[in-house]
Design a protein around this ligand. Structure first.
Ligand code: HEM
Length: 366
């Protein structure tokens, strides 16, 4: 999610190699692991709905995301270790310390500026929490640390970087993006839900009842919905960078001269909701990216800090987890509509995006 390029990239790309499909077939690793974690997530929500008449999505989502990532990356279930269910709250505190300079807690501006925007928060306040996460990673990720050592990176350095990539980039991304995506899909209403359920279930059925990466490729509406959620609300909307050389930046109708060393600020929604490129740019249009014409628009989707049609490299600063993120987001939508025909939500706000309350879930009836 954030810039951490040179050190993290070789490790994360070797992880991604394990997670993503090989050219010849399907590792199916996340595809196999996700149902168990998401069964737990939906069970928790269903129980809370039954007991209280509504359920917050936030906590069960975070626990499921963390458990899924640990099981998928390292084959370890944190709940069976000393970490228990504490992972998400330890990460939340640590991430708060990283992001404090750009966060808003909803307090009056002058108090926030003084409290969290002016001085670095003292690290000793979070040291013990970080150490618990570090110890968990050090013990659980030994096979990944072995790989790092072979690449000439010490186990300790690799462990810090792995923790960063998994807790900040990956978990942080799922914590923000999944509720946002649920908001857009939820608000789109039962007609879309039914179409997604039909598509997803019929493809799985014709694949012998199995979900696989190949099967997911045959779900154009589901794929389009995920891209549309990334387009309409990119998870990391703001980017800063200093120009390394003199350059010209063109818009549709103007050219801007930028001098080496000048600070640039980029706001992705200006591009991803550009009405010259996208019809009904402010609306969530579920089928936007379907078909040949729809797919042509993917080059204008920039959530990963680059066009959706390009791939991350060590040089281009594009999100190293791009393909993985798209995969797990698709898996989440598939799991949702395998289980439910439709659902209702209420949307509030939180420091990290949408706060979703599930009001009802209609179990699969066909
Ligand atoms: C929803 C989830 C995610 C979102 C929205 C996201 C978004 C981004 C964005 C916008 C950047 C560019 C940051 C900048 O330079 O300003 C970035 C970079 C990066 N992301 Fe992600 N990311 C996500 C998940 C992941 C995952 C799962 C991984 C790890 C496998 C990852 C690893 C990285 C790395 C290493 C960089 C730095 C690339 C470089 O500077 O060369 N991200 N991500």
């Amino acid at each position: 999610m954030a810039s951490r390029g040179a050190i993290v990239e070789p490790i994360t790309s070797s992880i991604s190699d394990t997670m993503l499909p090989s050219e010849t077939g399907e590792t199916k690793l996340p595809v196999k692991k996700i149902p168990a974690c998401y069964t737990e997530l939906f069970k928790t929500i269903e129980n809370e709905l039954y007991e209280k008449g509504q359920s917050s999505f936030e906590k069960p989502n975070e626990l499921a995301a963390f458990n899924f990532l640990c099981r998928a990356y390292f084959g370890s279930n944190p709940v069976d270790t000393k970490l228990g269910t504490d992972g998400p709250s330890l990460i939340a505190k640590w991430v708060l310390f990283q992001l404090a300079p750009v966060l808003s807690l909803g307090l009056p501006k002058y108090i926030e500026d003084l409290l969290i925007h002016t001085f670095p928060l003292p690290s000793f306040l979070v040291k013990k929490d970080y150490k618990r996460l570090y110890d968990f990673f050090y013990e659980s990720a030994s096979s990944v640390l072995d790989e790092a050592e072979k690449m000439g990176i010490s186990r300790e350095e690799a462990c810090h970087n792995l923790l960063f990539a998994m807790c900040f980039n990956t978990f942080g991304g799922m914590k923000i993006f999944f509720p946002n995506m649920l908001k857009w899909i939820g608000n789109a209403g039962p007609d879309l839900h039914r179409s997604l359920a039909k598509e997803i279930r019929s493809v799985i059925k014709s694949n012998g009842g199995e979900l696989s990466l190949g099967a997911m490729e045959k779900m154009p509406l589901m794929k389009s919905v995920v891209y549309e959620a990334f387009r309409i609300e990119p998870t990391v909307p703001m980017q800063y960078a200093k120009a390394k050389v003199d350059l010209l930046i063109e818009s549709h109708d103007a050219v801007f001269e930028v001098k080496k060393g000048e600070m640039l600020f980029g706001y992705q929604p200006f591009a991803t909701k550009d009405p010259i490129i996208f019809e009904r740019a402010e609306e969530f249009v579920p089928e936007r990216f379907i078909g040949v014409e729809g797919e042509k628009l993917l080059k204008h989707v920039f959530w990963s800090n680059g066009p959706e049609t390009e791939h991350p490299t060590v040089e281009n600063k594009q999100c190293a987890g791009k393909e993985f993120v798209v995969l797990i987001s698709r898996l989440f939508v598939v799991e949702l509509f395998r289980r439910y025909d439709t659902f209702e939500i209420e949307v509030g706000t939180s420091t990290s995006g949408a706060a979703i309350t599930i009001k009802s879930l209609n179990k699969a009836s066909f």
